[in-house]
Design a protein around this ligand. Sequence first.
Ligand SMILES: [Zn+2]
Length: 420
Amino acid sequence: MLWMLLSLCLVTRSFWSYNSKHIPVMPVTNCTMGSSSCCFAVCAFICVSLLVAGVDGRGLNHGEGQETFLLRTRPQKSLQFSSCSSFKIALFADLHYGENAWTDWGPLQDVKSNKVMSTILDEETPDFVIYLGDVITANNLPIANASLYWDQAISPTRARGVPWATVFGNHDDAAFVWPIDWFSASGIPQVHCSPENSPFPETEECSFKGTQRLELMRNEIECNMLSYSSDGPKELWPSVSNYVLKVSSSGDQELPVAFLYFLDSGGGSYPEVISSAQARWFQQKSQEINPDLRVPEMVFWHIPSKAYKKVAPKFLIHKPCVGSINKERVAAQEVEMGVMESLVNRSSVKAVFVGHNHGLDWCCPYEKLWLCFARHTGYGGYGNWPRGARIIELTQKPFSIKSWIRMEDGTKHSEVILSS
Ligand SMILES: [Zn+2]
């Protein structure tokens, strides 16, 4: 039976590939893996699910001689501690894929970023990855579908079967900005839409508007079983990456050990703010799911809030702050519209994590919580400070949050306890 299904998958894939090659008009792509791969992935997932169901008996009902297959088309959207007691998260910040995409230099940076992530994933073997914004440099992408670059950025995590979630930064859906060196002597810019190393067909038309947040997010979600991202409540759009995930106990999937909140701090196609509507959404949501403040909470977004300026070390980083680089001023959101007040009013909120400033990697206490920077992970974007990633490790009993930075060269530094 299973072999029949696997054969069907392969036949379906071959058929789909054949048709893809022979249908002259193909969309840029609704799925960055390509329709055939996407179809194959869905099909393969069904086969594997059946295989798993067959091996451990889950999902099979043998009652009264009938076999009923219960299939999940997507994983349940809660994360869980494994039987050992820690849950580890890696933060990949500011990857900036697609930088100077029309040059040889640009794609080379993406290859290097890929290597950084692969090294850290293999070294730390995290249970979950958070892409903390500026996944791509959309203002360098003169093409219709930035999702292909987005897809490249998540591929090292996907290839290792590690689930992930994403939030938007200020570069992810920015409109294309003409580089000055594209202007010829006559003042007429030359169009470079399909460089040799571009994954796009030559017929692909140029688009300079950028791919909007919603499209990027939907593409990621629809094409990836391991994505825990969400396009958030409609009433908050065009602010898209607003959602919450539960990390459950190893013994009971209903029992939360921590909540992870994701907020869209704007930038790109609209102002760099967390709006009062988002702050209200956070208040309502947190009150609804964690009314007695019993469950610890952590918050992730891209652009630091103004509160980061208040706690920033002046020159050297010293206690109570912990970190290794303090090379620039905090580039904060344009205005504070209430989210920080909502956070400090909840004793359950332990820490906020942001990216955006590539030259900062510290954590400092603010009121009763911690404000942390991630670490510049990508070779795209400004700055030549060595690349790395912030790691967060949660333990269940007793509950604790430990964090450190793992560098591309394998070294580890800036360990700090964020739960005390
Ligand atoms: Zn950045």
